[in-house]
Design a protein around this ligand. Structure first.
Ligand code: PLP
Length: 457
């Protein structure tokens, strides 16, 4: 019997006081076994796969350890030294370390590490910098923006209205000239820069005079490129004209799934509003275990991030070049394809984004379909988004990117049978299953930590 079918309710559908859900002997133990088994199979699958999702990465051993610490069980509402609960002295200590490391890595005066994800960080910034009805500049989803800035996402929740920038599809970035005209005409209060399909830096310095002219505040969503910024391999938004930067901490920054808000401002009212945006605005508990893991990841990024970021971008460019050399339509060839961790490949002639992503997954190459500029229907993305954060994290370099492109070519152009490509992918991954660019490098990257050593019976 399926676990969920076992729920018992009264004939009216509601459960009376004193009535409890019952289960057959062994049934719930079986549910636990099933969950553990699925997660173990997942870990094993990724150990043998080539993961090319641009938004995913792997935690270091020291960061991972903190995810199952007692911090996981606690609350610490408020700020260090000003909590609502007792028992938070060590949490305060860790949060102070985390804040200091974040400010040091991103060379800024303000950090808040309480948002529990990139979306939550964006909601905190929206709460702080906008009021319902305000106009906020952003890119369109079809041009690579995140759903946070959609009316059915965080923008809609806050009730702000998007003002769309003009897009230069050739150069895969904002069209500065036409966007200046839009900004002057519509005068949004805040201008958000940042993408989920993020190939090239945003023209913040070019647009800054226009933002100053209309009195708009610059806000950068660094969810994808935070680790590249920290490693000195991408633009530096807080020093180019943005007041605030929000981000996830688990994409190119190989940290825990969490969020952060950073700012460079002397304006105490802005600081107060940003802190209020995080709590009580959009969090209550702030996932203390993840915050502790983030402190470790930030320390590791200060130590190893420069090399990691440089290799991540070098790998993305190498993968793009190798695919292009094999006849794939990689976007922006005249601009070196990318300056980030991500590349975009139009795969219409290979069968379209959805079909190609599925065929790749079947041979152990994990990617995602993606809308590309010019796609006719949002339901049929013509492209793939490929990213190198994870393959770099396990030590792959340019020559492995050539081998990945060979696998693509075999499967999608030369008719190599899928089982042969799958074998090739697993062979390639065999030597790349340990964590690099962190303390305790060389530890297993995909290990399932079996704390109890046996299944429940
Ligand atoms: C640009 C951008 N902002 C925000 C987010 C949301 O981050 P999270 O998944 O941590 O909520 C993403 C996620 O991919 C993103 O690409």
């Amino acid at each position: 019997m399926a676990v969920e079918e076992g729920a018992r309710t009264s004939s009216s559908g509601s459960r009376g006081v004193g009535e409890s859900v019952s289960a057959a002997p062994g049934e719930m133990a079986a549910a636990v076994v099933r969950v553990r088994d699925a997660v173990k199979r997942h870990s094993n699958r990724f150990e043998h796969a080539i993961p090319l999702i641009a938004s995913e990465n792997l935690l270091s051993p020291y960061a991972k350890e903190l995810m199952i610490s007692d911090f996981h069980s606690r609350y610490a509402e408020g700020l260090p030294g000003e909590r609502y609960y007792e028992g938070n002295e060590q949490v305060d200590e860790v949060e102070e370390v985390c804040l200091a490391l974040a400010k040091r890595l991103f060379r800024c005066s303000f950090a808040d590490v309480r948002p529990t994800s990139g979306t939550v960080a964006n909601m905190a910034v929206l709460k702080a910098l906008t009021e319902p009805g305000d106009l906020v500049g952003t890119s369109r989803l079809a041009d690579g923006a995140h759903i946070s800035s959609a009316s059915f996402g965080a923008f809609g929740l806050r009730g702000v209205k998007p003002v769309y920038y003009a897009w230069d599809a050739e150069r895969m970035t904002i069209d500065v000239g036409r966007t200046r005209e839009i900004l002057r005409a519509v005068r949004p209060k805040v201008c958000l820069f940042g993408l989920s399909l993020f190939l090239f830096p945003m023209p913040i310095e070019e647009l800054r005079p226009t933002l100053d002219e209309i009195g708009a505040r610059g806000w950068y969503d660094a969810a994808h490129v935070l680790g590249l910024i920290g490693g000195g391999e991408f633009q530096d938004p807080l020093h180019e004209g943005c007041t605030v930067m929000s981000a996830s901490t688990h994409k190119t920054l190989p940290g825990p799934q969490h969020g952060v808000v950073l700012a460079s401002t002397e304006d105490t009212e802005v600081v107060r509003r940003l802190q209020g945006g995080a709590f009580p605005g959009v969090t209550s508990n702030h996932h203390l275990h993840a915050m502790a893991a983030l402190a470790v990841s930030l320390a590791e990024h200060i130590e190893f991030g420069r090399d990691y970021a440089r290799q991540t971008v070098a790998n993305a460019r190498a993968l793009a070049q190798a695919l292009h050399d094999r006849g794939f339509d990689v976007l922006a060839p005249n601009l070196g394809f990318t300056r980030s961790h991500t590349i975009a490949v139009r795969v219409e002639k290979e069968g379209g984004g959805e079909a190609v992503a599925k065929r790749l997954a079947d041979v152990g190459i994990i990617s995602n379909k993606n809308l590309l500029p010019g796609d006719k229907s949002p339901k049929h993305p013509g492209g793939l988004r490929l990213g190198t954060p994870e393959v770099t994290r396990v030590g792959m370099r340019e020559k492995e990117m050539e081998r990945i492109a060979e696998l693509f070519d075999g499967l999608l152009h030369r008719g190599t049978p899928a089982p042969d490509v799958a074998r090739g992918a697993a062979d390639l991954k065999r030597d790349f299953t340990t964590l690099q660019y962190c303390f305790a490098a060389g530890e297993a990257a995909y290990r399932y930590y079996d704390l109890v050593g046996r299944d429940p019976t």
